[in-house]
Design a protein. Structure first.
Length: 392
């Protein structure tokens, strides 16, 4: 019998996909990735088996997700179109990596996923799988099957005794992991309307929050966050804590009209409290310790790095080369940043580092000034020389 490994979430689409693939003559093995979406994995496993899977693998990938995906993205200051800290996009290559691994273990020739033909995620999963094992074949039931609506799908599920959650139609499509939440569809498709409060999962509405700011201090070692308020923490609890604090202060909400890889513009709401705090703090520390040329050049490469993540090219030669560049820039990114959280905003207010390139005796306007002002004269003359007497 042909075997397929399906990326399974426990939701309606992938549950129906199990049955649909079985009807096409496949033995279906499910793979469930725990990326910190906070679901009941026992229940998901049971549901997969009840829907007809022969086996359900559940794997806790949270530490690997943080170490090998989130941290490199943080070191690179990766942000897509100025607002998206890439939670969903970063998770896909990791899921694909394990689909391939399980396929090898199970000697399956096929992998499958529950993405539609309009999104970025199908591209990310399939490109990654192709890079890691070009011989594997991919099936995307949602691109092929005959259901025209969610109602038809529910009918199919009921007809085949596929256990689904009998809640009323979910108003949004949500993807969540420990780095953030992506929310789209429903009323959010009307661009002239402000997203309703019920669209947000992990952040409080900034209006009506405490009129007192909250200060937190984040310490980094070589670009990696290591402490919050002086307390050493492992990355998983550190991120969880910042999500909690940031969320309570309404930090990390974004409303983005984004350019998808497949040429469509779409609107997505993002929540990323911890990612926002860490991104801001990390950039602030770099301002202190990176020289001008490296800092400016890095900005250009950050943009490219974010695009590569968004485009599903995590395992590409360019991304690997950029990682080497980013790693070199992190050598002195050690120190701490104090941030002020207030009604949805997050700003760095104080900073220190043993590698700080700031020299107060040079920048000061007080009598402590040691800068030799006379040197400026020659510098400016030479700087302007190429432009002297040029036609205008
Ligand atoms: N637009 C985001 C991306 O392409 C998130 C996609 C998934 N969003 C969702 N609500 N299911 O990375």
């Amino acid at each position: 019998m042909k075997k397929v490994v399906l990326a399974y979430s426990g939701g309606l689409d992938t549950s129906c996909a199990i049955r649909w693939l079985k009807d096409k003559g496949f033995e279906v093995i499910c793979f469930v990735a725990d990326l910190g979406q906070g679901e009941d994995f026992q229940k998901i496993e049971e549901r997969g088996l009840a829907a007809g899977a022969s086996k359900v693998y559940v794997k806790d990938l949270r530490d690997e997700f943080i170490k090998d995906f989130i941290i490199p993205a943080l070191k690179a200051n990766a942000i897509y179109e100025g607002k998206y800290l890439l939670a969903t996009a970063l998770g896909r290559p990791l899921i694909a990596k394990y689909l391939v691994e399980v396929a090898h273990k199970e000697k399956a020739e096929y992998i499958a996923h529950g993405c539609t033909g309009k999104g970025n995620d199908q591209v990310r999963l399939e490109v990654t799988a192709t890079i890691l094992d070009p011989k594997l074949k991919v099936i995307a039931p949602l691109r092929e099957w005959e259901f025209k609506s969610r109602e038809e799908e529910i009918e199919y599920a009921q007809m085949h005794n596929i256990p689904i959650e009998v809640t009323k139609k979910k108003p949004y499509s949500i993807d969540r992991n420990l780095w953030g939440v992506s929310i789209e569809a429903g009323i959010l498709e009307d661009l002239d309307k402000e997203p309703p409060e019920d669209a947000y999962l992990i952040t409080k509405a900034p209006t009506g929050l405490s009129s007192y700011p909250k200060y937190i201090e984040v310490a980094f070692e070589k670009g990696v966050p290591v402490k919050v308020d002086g307390k050493k923490m492992k990355l998983q609890p550190l991120i969880a804590l910042l999500n909690e604090i940031g969320g309570a202060y309404g930090v990390g909400r974004y409303d983005l009209i984004e350019n998808r890889l497949v040429g469509i513009k779409s609107r997505e709401i993002y929540e990323a409290p911890a990612a926002t705090i860490l991104y801001i703090a990390h950039k602030e520390l770099e301002s202190l310790v990176l020289d001008r040329e490296t800092a400016h050049y890095k900005e250009i490469l950050s943009l490219k790095y974010a695009e590569l993540i968004y485009y599903g090219l995590w395992y590409s030669p360019l991304k690997e080369a950029l990682d080497s560049f980013m790693e070199v820039t992190q050598k002195n990114v050690t120190g701490s940043i104090k941030l002020k959280l207030f009604k949805g905003s997050c700003v760095a207010v104080a900073r220190k580092s043993p590698y700080s390139l700031y020299k107060k005796e040079l920048s000061t306007y007080s009598k402590e000034d040691t800068f030799d002002h006379r040197l400026a004269d020659g510098f400016i003359k030479i700087w302007a020389m190429p432009f002297k007497g040029q036609e205008r």
